[in-house]
Design a protein around this ligand. Structure first.
Ligand code: G4P
Length: 288
C-alpha cells in the first residue's frame, strides 16, 4: 500500500476523525504487536481526547509472546483497556466485542436508568496503515472487498454496520500516520512493513535488523540461517551477507555476492513471518 503524507493531509485527517468521533462510543485503536509503540499515531490522545478506547495489538501470531504480554500490561498500567489478537482467527473478534461491551457497561446502564432508549454501542476502528483495519472491518461485515485506501483521514460516505444487536461499527476506519520523523519509529515501521515505500535505505535497515536480532533473537538467526553474528568482528556485515547467500544458494552477480537479493529474501521472510516471532521494541523505548 502506498501512503502520501504531508502536513496539510495530517491536519485534515485529524479534523475528519475528530468530527466522526463525536458520534461514537468507543475507539478501537489497532497497533501492530511487533512494534506496539512505533505503530501508534503520535497525536492520538489529542485526536480522540477522553473517548473510551480499546488498544488492540494485532498480529500477535507474528510477535514475541513475552513482549506482547509486557506491552499489554504497559498500556493497562496507563489506564487503557488493551488486548492482543490474531485477526486471521475469527474467534478473536468476539473477545474484542466483549471487551468493548465491558468498557461501556456502566455508560449504557446509566443511559437506560435515565430513561433513554436501549441502543447499540457504536465503535470506530483507527490506526496507521497495515495494522489490520480492513481485515477487522471486512471480517465483521462478512465481506471480502478491501474498502480502505491508506490515505490519512476517513472516507466521507461512511456507513454503519450492525455486527450484533448491541454493537455497531463504522464501515471505514480512521487512517492515521506514524511519527516518521523519529528514527527509532521510522525504522520499526519499515521492519513491520507498515509503509511499503522505502523510507530508509534497505541496506541500512538490513544491518539494523541483523544487529537487533543478534542481540535479542540469536536463537532465531541460528535456527533460520545457521548464523552466529559476532558484532565485534569488523567484517560481520559482509560475512553475514555471504553466509546467507551461500546458504540460500543465491547466485553471485559478476563474481560477487548479490546483496540486493539477500536483502530481498531476508525482508520477505521478516514480512511473512516465516523467520519467527519477533518484536522490535520493548516498553523501555517509550520516551514521552
Ligand atoms: P489496514 O487496513 O490497517 O491497512 O491493514 P489490512 O487489514 O489490510 O492488513 C494488512 C495485512 O496484515 C494483511 O495481509 C492482513 O491479512 C494482515 N493481518 C492483519 N491482521 C493480522 C493478524 O492478526 N495476524 C496476521 N498474521 N496477519 C494479519 P496482506 O498480506 O496484505 O493480505 P492477505 O494476507 O490477507 O492476503
Amino acid at each position: 500500500a502506498q501512503i502520501q503524507w504531508f502536513p496539510g493531509h495530517m491536519a485534515k485527517a485529524k479534523r475528519e476523525i475528530s468530527e466522526k468521533i463525536k458520534v461514537i462510543d468507543i475507539v478501537i485503536e489497532l497497533v501492530d504487536a511487533r512494534a506496539p509503540y512505533s505503530s501508534k499515531n503520535p497525536m492520538i490522545n489529542d485526536i480522540i481526547k477522553n473517548k473510551p478506547r480499546l488498544i488492540v495489538l494485532t498480529k500477535k501470531d507474528m510477535a514475541d509472546e513475552n513482549l506482547t504480554k509486557q506491552w499489554v500490561q504497559y498500556y493497562e498500567s496507563l489506564g487503557y483497556q488493551a488486548m492482543s489478537v490474531n485477526l486471521k482467527n475469527f474467534n478473536e473478534y468476539q473477545k474484542i466485542i466483549d471487551k468493548c461491551r465491558h468498557v461501556l457497561k456502566e455508560k449504557m446502564e446509566k443511559e437506560l436508568a435515565r430513561g433513554l432508549k436501549p441502543r447499540a454501542i457504536r465503535a470506530m476502528v483507527l490506526g496507521i496503515p497495515n495494522v489490520g483495519k480492513s481485515t477487522f472491518i471486512n471480517r465483521l461485515a462478512n465481506r471480502k472487498a478491501t474498502i480502505t485506501g491508506n490515505k490519512p483521514g476517513v472516507t466521507k460516505a461512511q456507513q454503519i454496520i450492525r455486527v450484533a444487536k448491541d454493537f455497531e461499527l463504522f464501515d471505514t476506519p480512521g487512517v492515521l500516520w506514524p511519527k516518521f520523523e523519529d528514527e527509532h519509529i521510522a525504522k520499526n515501521i519499515a521492519m513491520i512493513g507498515s509503509i511499503k515505500q522505502n523510507i530508509l535505505p534497505l541496506d541500512d535497515l538490513f544491518i539494523e535488523a541483523m544487529t537487533y536480532l543478534s542481540q535479542n533473537y540469536s536463537s532465531i538467526l541460528k535456527e533460520r540461517y545457521q548464523l552466529e553474528i559476532d558484532l565485534e568482528d569488523p567484517d560481520w556485515v559482509l560475512k553475514t551477507f555471504d553466509h546467507i547467500a551461500q546458504l540460500r544458494k543465491i547466485k553471485p552477480l559478476k563474481g560477487e555476492t548479490d546483496y540486493d537479493r539477500v536483502i530481498e529474501l531476508f525482508f520477505s521472510e521478516i514480512n511473512d513471518g516465516s523467520i519467527g516471532r519477533i518484536t522490535w521494541e520493548d516498553t523501555s523505548c517509550v520516551k514521552d
